[in-house]
Design a protein around this ligand. Structure first.
Ligand SMILES: Nc1nc2c(ncn2[C@@H]2O[C@H](COP(=O)(O)OP(=O)(O)OP(=O)(O)O)[C@@H](O)[C@H]2O)c(=O)[nH]1
Ligand SMILES: [Mg+2]
Length: 190
């Protein structure tokens, strides 16, 4: 029996409680904004079939609840992930302080070198000044933690939500295809 996809990517999401991980995934999967998302208890799974660069990709996204007391059950859910999205809230910059903890958790339980994209949320309620501060802080984290980039998003506006997912998927495709010598240079992640 032949497979119905070319690649199967498990992606994990992390970040402080309430920064907007679940809302982001709802926007990506349903193109709707939920103003009253309940906090995620432990973990929630989403799967989605997409096509990029002529390849069929099965995405399985594991949405990890950000509350500290779920951490002890989450290690095993991270195992086998090939990439991560780590979120912080641009309108509440203190939430970026939890980013290193999530990056360490992903690298320890998945693999030390998985690509991790830093995602800023709620830009619709962040002032220009907050957005600039987020850019500056994000640049520091990218360097310190060797992340693959930063993207500012708004799930309310639907801004940069698909772009964030696609840039991570493209980075994974570049990895896979360069292993077989078929990478397209324009898809390289920067
Ligand atoms: N204005 C605005 N509100 C947002 C945005 N994204 C999320 N929110 C709101 O922020 C609150 C928390 O969002 P969640 O998606 O539940 O946060 P979470 O990161 O999944 O939280 P945990 O599951 O506890 O880790 C909800 O009331 C959302 O409606 C956004 O882009 N703009
Ligand atoms: Mg959640």
């Amino acid at each position: 029996m032949s497979k119905s996809f070319d690649y199967n990517f498990k992606i994990v999401t992390g970040g402080a409680g309430g920064v907007g991980k679940t809302t982001f995934l709802h926007r990506y999967l349903t193109n709707q904004f939920f103003a009253n998302t309940a906090l995620t208890v432990g973990v929630q799974l989403h799967s989605h079939l997409i096509e990029r660069q002529g390849k069929k990709i099965s995405l399985v996204i594991w949405d990890l609840g950000g509350q500290e007391h779920f951490r002890f059950v989450q290690d095993k859910f991270i195992k086998g992930a090939v990439a991560g999205l780590v979120f912080f809230d641009i309108s509440s910059i203190g939430s970026i302080l939890q980013v290193p903890e999530w990056v360490t958790l992903f690298r320890k339980n998945a693999a030390p070198n998985i690509p991790i994209l830093l995602v800023g949320t709620k830009m619709d309620i962040a002032s220009e000044e907050m957005q600039q501060q987020a850019e500056t802080e994000a640049a520091i984290r990218i360097k310190e933690l060797d992340l693959c980039g930063y993207i500012a998003t708004s799930s309310k506006w639907g801004k940069n939500v698909e772009e964030a997912i696609y840039s991570l998927v493209d980075a994974l495709l570049v990895q896979r295809m360069s292993a077989t010598g078929t990478a397209h240079p324009s898809t390289a992640f920067n």
